[in-house]
Design a protein around this ligand. Structure first.
Ligand code: FPP
Length: 866
């Protein structure tokens, strides 16, 4: 079945379900129509009245009761179908918006609406005709059905039209009643002796009423009247969707949810928008988002954040303004996916199809670098701009798809942790979260664990807050072990009869969330603005927990009273403190930011998981211990040019390869020293792009030493808390495939580690790295996602091989040489240089510690005055 048909089928099924849910309307059709026919027939006299039949061109005489039966039946059908369509249309606009966002053709939704309207009209028309036959038999049953259906179609179309222009259900109902009252009341000769006035011919139900009386009296087919009724029906049925489309928003969904702040022809509007939103416009400008289409997308995402919970809003308000658009885009995307996976009663398959369509469309958009959908467009732009990991995005998408195909349930806490670790921060949390640190600040790897804990607390609080909705959907997002422990079942929660232990369970879960919040207390400890932001968030979360504990039953009632003054006050105070902290810790000129590994997969325990399976660094053979250094003096990133292996070997009367092997031993010891002293990041120059000019045998030895050094099975270094990164040209095909494969395997296997980041520069050249970044920027500019005139160093830094690593603070070269040899030129702009005389194989961790101690004594003004 083609995609188009599948969409139509889904849309029709949804439209039918929407009608079927309107039980009142169904009951009215079933009971009220026959009741009316019976009452009118029995109560009114059958006194002949004169009715001018236009099809015959002369008046006919008909019983007062039968003509009232016809006008009343038409009236009730028109009212019921009109109101049914009004309600269904206004209630489904949100869902239609999601379908359109998921790539469903709008014409399918339009056809679905009209198909259901036609179906309802024919069914109610036939039903009324069948009942009519219990009292008297019309001459033409087919014309009678067509007459009733015509009236229903006309008012059904009016219902859609009213839904397009009105928001209030009461106003819609009132208008349908008033219009139909005037229309059909005036056409009944019993109520209005002047019912044949030519003035009335323009009324919507005129053709239907004429056709109904014609069907009751003669064999004549009232073509003109049927056509007139059909014209009204088609005109009104088309007018509703047309108005919805022209008005944009409610029908076309996020595609036009927001008016473009400008555009090719909207320069004036653009300026007006900027005037009305000076802060937002500044945020976008500073993030380099100037294209009006992109602003539209980011704005759509921002509004989705605003329509979410107070905690999400607080989160975005507390983080640095320069990364706020990134979070809006991420959140917007997750929200749309979440909306698409909502259970609308149309079955797992359709839900899965919607989510698949949207997430696969995003993956295609990412390849193209642009999107026709504003939310996806913003995300694609964010992925490019902030250089997010598409690997993380793909795995989050896979979870979303799985989620949509079946209800997610968690057997235990392990499954719960794994789920939120993958989902809560959709793509490789390291980069966006690292960006929280903002230039010049550094978020230490150990913060990753704290952040993970905070994320668990955030989601646990969220799950408690959503208990009411989840219970309605029959899917409780809490571990089954916990529910079992307290004897709470999903069904009990749905029925709001959770049993005596429910409150105890809520208290226990709140306690668990508090414990995790406690473990998250150290986030960004060294970086005041980040620390203040997280402290405020944690404070807000404690307030939320207190509220939950105070009234657990309210969780099931879905009552969400506005947040107390205390919450708003804490948030406001936190925002002011964050702003002040940023004032005092302005960026230093460094352009890269911070390090934070991705969230780790959950293990069986719930305590902090800092590398239990990993060994501590082997002690120094001479028993040396690291010097005590204050945190502020510790460099965040040391880079080493390991020079002198060949000379060392020659001095020992050995072949050069022996020097490289000895160099590998030296490196291992230095890495242990880095772990011991608490250095977060170490870059080593293992093989440069210039080294390809060496004799083949030397290249082979160096690469084989590196390869064995990266072998997780044999190299003891990888049993320590070290995370591997690779900087270097990946696509020139010069490195042996097995080596590249080994690098990737070790990188993947160690990505969760938080002790030390070892950045191995292999096949690395500083100029190649800058050319690589320039290519990425050029591609971005060519796709229209970046204005070339607004490119700043920050933009370029985002496309370095390892953009999230902090700038180099200290660059060391051994063997007495005093050159930098194309090594990390961008990152070392503000580095301290230290040239050591010993050859690299003679170096050990004590040299590193001495170098760090020297660094700690240097006066680093970074271009400023003291
Ligand atoms: C320069 O010495 C050193 C190298 C080009 C390679 C260094 C590589 C290692 C120590 C192994 C690294 C291993 C891992 C796992 C990263 P040179 O040959 O230029 O010495 P010379 O200047 O005395 O000739």
């Amino acid at each position: 079945m083609s995609w188009w048909w599948r969409c139509l089928r889904t849309a029709v099924r949804h439209a039918v379900l929407e009608q079927a849910r309107n039980r009142l309307a169904l009951a009215l059709v079933v009971f009220f129509v026959p009741l009316w026919l019976w009452l009118a027939y029995r109560v009114l006299p059958d006194t002949p009245v004169r009715f001018f039949l236009r099809a015959a061109g002369h008046p006919v005489s008909t019983g007062a009761n039968t003509v009232t039966q016809l006008s009343g039946a038409l009236h009730s059908i028109a009212l019921i179908v009109g109101f049914m369509m009004f309600l269904a249309t206004s209630r489904s606009t949100e869902f239609d918006r999601r379908l359109v966002t998921a790539g469903f053709p709008k014409v399918c939704l339009l056809l679905a609406k009209n198909t259901v309207l036609l179906l309802s009209a024919v069914l109610t028309g036939s039903y009324a005709t069948v009942w009519l036959c219990f009292f008297w038999r019309p001459e033409r049953l087919d014309v009678m059905v067509a007459a009733f259906a015509g009236g229903a179609l006309t008012y059904g179309g009016a219902g859609i039209l009213l839904a397009a222009v009105l928001r209030s259900e009461l106003a819609g109902m009132f208008l349908v009643i008033m219009v139909s009252f005037v229309d059909l009341g005036l056409q009944n000769p019993v109520a209005n002796p002047a019912a044949d006035s030519p003035l009335l011919r323009g009324l919507p139900a005129y053709g239907a009423m004429q056709s109904a009386v014609s069907a009751s009296t003669g064999t004549l087919t009232p073509w003109h009247q049927l056509l007139l009724s059909g014209c009204w029906a088609v005109a009104l049925a088309m007018a509703g969707p047309l108005v919805l489309t022209l008005r944009g928003g409610r029908w076309r969904g996020t595609l036009t949810l927001l008016k473009r702040p400008g555009g090719a022809t909207g320069t004036g509007r653009n300026a007006a928008w900027r005037l009305r939103h000076p802060v937002l416009s500044l945020i976008y400008r500073r993030a380099g988002i100037t294209d009006p289409a992109l602003v539209t997308g980011y704005e759509a995402c921002r509004r989705l954040v605003r329509s979410s919970g107070p905690m999400e809003i607080a989160f975005t308000q507390l983080i640095s303004a320069r990364v706020r658009p990134l979070f809006w885009a991420m959140y917007g995307y997750v929200r749309v996916i979440d909306d698409l996976s909502d259970d609308t009663g149309d079955g797992d398959q359709d839900r899965a199809a919607r989510v698949s369509a949207f997430s696969l469309a995003l993956e295609a958009d990412l390849r193209q670098g642009r999107s026709s959908d504003p939310v996806r467009g913003a995300l694609v732009h964010a992925v490019w701009t902030w250089n997010l990991s598409s690997e993380g995005l793909a795995s989050a998408n896979a979870v979303f798809r799985m989620d949509a195909a079946r209800q997610t349930e968690f057997a235990n806490w392990d499954e719960w942790h794994t789920y939120w670790d993958t989902l809560a921060f959709p793509f490789d949390v390291s980069r966006p979260t690292a960006l929280l640190g903002a230039p010049g600040l550094f978020l230490a790897p150990r913060d990753a664990e704290a952040l993970r804990r905070w994320n668990h607390a955030f989601n646990l609080i969220d799950c408690l807050g959503d208990l009411h909705q989840d219970a309605e959907n029959g899917c409780i997002k809490l571990p089954a072990t916990v529910l079992g422990q307290y004897g709470v079942t999903a069904e009990d929660l749905r029925l709001k009869q959770p049993g005596a232990q429910f409150a105890t369970m809520v208290h226990a879960l709140a306690g668990q969330a508090r414990e995790w919040l406690g473990q998250a207390a150290s986030i960004g400890a060294q970086h005041p603005p980040v620390a203040v932001a997280f402290r405020t968030l944690v404070e807000l979360q404690h307030l939320e927990l207190r509220r939950i504990e105070r009234n657990p039953q309210a969780l099931l009632d879905g009552r969400r009273p506005p947040h107390p003054v205390r919450f708003q006050y804490t948030l406001l105070r936190g925002r002011l403190r964050v702003a002040r902290a940023w004032q005092r810790h302005r960026p230093t000129g460094s352009v890269t930011t911070a390090v934070l590994p991705a969230p780790r997969p959950a293990a069986a325990d719930h305590g902090p998981r800092t590398s239990q399976a990993l060994l501590p660094p082997a002690p120094h053979p001479g028993g040396a211990v690291p010097p005590a250094l204050s945190g502020r003096r510790m460099p965040q990133h040391v880079a080493i040019i390991m020079d002198g292996n060949g000379r060392w070997a020659e001095a020992q009367g050995q072949v050069r390869s022996a020097g490289h092997h000895a160099g590998q031993h030296a490196l291992r010891d230095v890495i242990y020293g880095a772990l011991e002293i608490g250095l977060p990041c170490l870059s080593v120059y293992a093989f440069s792009t210039e080294n390809w000019a060496r004799p083949a045998a030397d290249i082979e030895t160096v690469l084989s030493v590196v390869s064995s050094g990266l072998d997780m099975n044999t190299e003891e270094l990888w049993r320590r808390d070290v995370q591997l990164r690779w900087s270097g040209s990946t696509d020139d095909g010069r490195l042996p495939a097995e080596l590249v494969d080994r690098i990737h395997r070790t990188t993947r296997a160690t990505r969760e580690r938080t002790g030390l980041i070892l950045n191995v520069c292999l096949n690395y050249g500083g100029r190649h790295e800058l050319a690589h970044a320039a290519r990425a920027l050029a591609r971005q500019a060519a796709h229209g996602g970046l204005d070339p005139d607004r490119i700043t160093p920050r933009h370029l830094a985002r496309h370095l091989y390892q953009p999230d690593l902090p700038d180099v603070d200290l660059l060391i070269r051994t063997s007495g040489e005093q050159r930098t040899s194309n090594f990390l030129p961008w990152q070392s702009t503000c580095a301290e240089y230290l040239f050591l005389d010993p050859l690299w194989p003679d170096i050990d961790r004590t040299h590193l510690w001495a170098a760090i101690s020297t660094y700690a004594t240097r006066d680093r003004r970074l271009g400023t005055t003291k």
